[in-house]
Design a protein around this ligand. Structure first.
Ligand SMILES: CC(C)(COP(=O)(O)OP(=O)(O)OC[C@H]1O[C@@H](n2cnc3c(N)ncnc32)[C@H](O)[C@@H]1OP(=O)(O)O)[C@@H](O)C(=O)NCCC(=O)NCCS
Length: 396
């Protein structure tokens, strides 16, 4: 029989053995595990006194449609000893995580999957997508904008000066888009000490309005250097434009790699030649509703809604059944009901719609939602829709 328990700092060697099957245990990684164990983030599956699997769970706040923040947990670093695979260890970790996170007050759980096929059975659905780009920067530029523009001042800063400003900008963006998230407690120091990173700060009227965190791989002989943009954040359109203009016009650079952008990022409308941006669309975060009622009440709806959803959740029977969701567009209510269902769907598909990344309409066309009352689908789909695609920052 397996038991799942929190791992203690003295169990570092057990953790390194398990995670070592995935990633070689470098000194940096060992340090990261040691910090994680001290913070009580890691849980182990123990069989006859031996740790045979492990996972990590970290608390975050995430912005949901309407701008409110909700407590969530990120499930990560799942690994099982190769000798113990396919014996239900991941399933036991998942059951533990789902219960533990809900008991700690989280309404949602999120993960990034190496193998997405595994997680649907645990009611996780793809909730946000991201774009990665490989831009031929010599051939792509940002044309000037229409109308009068206020000037933006750009400065390159060292990490010590930039990191607190970046955190401040991130915090100011928290309610601006569904999916925006930050660690609880926040850890601005995680970037400190990485000397490969550069910081470009944008300022308007004396206020810092945006930044890019990037690194440069020079190739001065052939003028074929490459820039990797790890993060670019700004709530100010003009600052964002100026940052992109700068990054796409660096001397001795011919390729700009961008790690993660929202699928409706303004760069797509700004870039002079989108074909030379070589865009890849990828599934990003998977989401699971831990507490359907709390989660559905926490978000806002684009229009009034009154619908009965019949939801199946194989892992958490408390979530399964019929839920009556009502909202006037401002305040919402959700509770169990005996009324007949209007729509039937799985928990993983409701999770896909939660931040607005998928629509009920679209899922119905894919055979994932059944409409039992005529008109209910269109009515609920419009209410759950959002105007900006959800995007969850990679480096929360
Ligand atoms: C992936 C991993 C965590 C699965 O752990 P496990 O203990 O073998 O999984 P379980 O036995 O609990 O399986 C749970 C379910 O997931 C399914 N499953 C497990 N691994 C799977 C895989 N790689 N692909 C598809 N399905 C998988 C099982 O068939 C089982 O399905 P069922 O309950 O419907 O019958 C483990 O094999 C591992 O550590 N692999 C290397 C690390 C890794 O790839 N991690 C990435 C996770 S995104």
């Amino acid at each position: 029989m397996f038991t799942v328990q929190q791992l203690m700092p003295e169990q570092i060697d057990d953790l390194v053995v398990i995670q070592g099957n995935l990633l070689p245990a470098t000194a940096d990684l060992r340090d990261a595990y040691t910090r994680g164990l001290k913070d009580g983030k890691f849980y182990g599956v123990v069989e006859e006194g031996r740790v045979v699997g492990a996972y990590a769970s970290s608390g975050i706040s995430i912005t949901v449609p309407g701008g409110q923040t909700v407590r969530a947990e990120i499930f990560s670093d799942a690994a099982v000893l190769p000798t113990h695979r396919r014996r239900g260890i991941l399933r036991s970790m998942m059951s533990h995580h789902v219960q533990d996170a809900a008991e700690n007050g989280a309404s949602l759980s999120l993960l990034q999957a190496t193998e997405p096929d595994i997680y649907g059975r645990f009611e996780y659905g793809a909730a946000s997508m991201r774009l990665s780009l490989k831009i031929e920067s010599r051939n792509v530029y940002i044309p000037s904008a229409v109308g009068d523009r206020q000037s933006v001042e750009l400065t390159i800063m060292n990490s010590e000066a930039a990191i607190p400003l970046c955190e401040e900008i991130r915090r100011s963006l928290m309610s601006s888009r569904q999916g925006w998230a930050q660690r609880e407690p926040a850890n601005p120091d995680r970037w400190a000490g990485d000397n490969s990173l550069r910081y470009l700060m944008a300022r308007r009227d004396g206020v810092y309005t945006g930044y890019a965190r990037y690194s440069v791989r020079p190739d001065n002989q052939m003028s074929k250097g490459a820039v990797t943009v790890w993060e670019i954040e700004s709530g100010d359109a003009e600052s964002r434009r100026e940052i992109w203009s700068f990054l796409l016009s660096l001397d001795l650079v011919d390729t700009v790699f961008v790690n993660s952008l929202p699928i409706d990022d303004p760069l797509l409308s700004m870039a002079s030649d989108i074909r030379r941006c070589h865009i890849t669309l990828q599934d990003d975060f998977y989401l699971r509703l831990l507490d359907i009622r709390a989660a559905l009440i926490a978000r806002q709806y684009a229009s009034p809604i009154d619908v009965v959803l019949e939801v199946s959740d194989d892992l958490t029977p408390e979530n399964s059944g019929r839920w009556h969701l009502t909202s006037d567009g401002v305040t919402s209510d959700c509770g169990r009901t005996e009324k007949p269902a209007d729509l039937i769907l799985a928990g993983r598909d409701l999770a896909r719609t939660y931040l607005g990344g998928s629509t009920l309409d679209g899922l119905a066309r894919a055979g994932r939602v059944a409409e039992l009352r005529k008109g209910a689908l269109r009515h609920a789909s419009s209410a759950l829709a959002v105007s900006e695609a959800p995007w969850i920052p990679t480096y929360i």
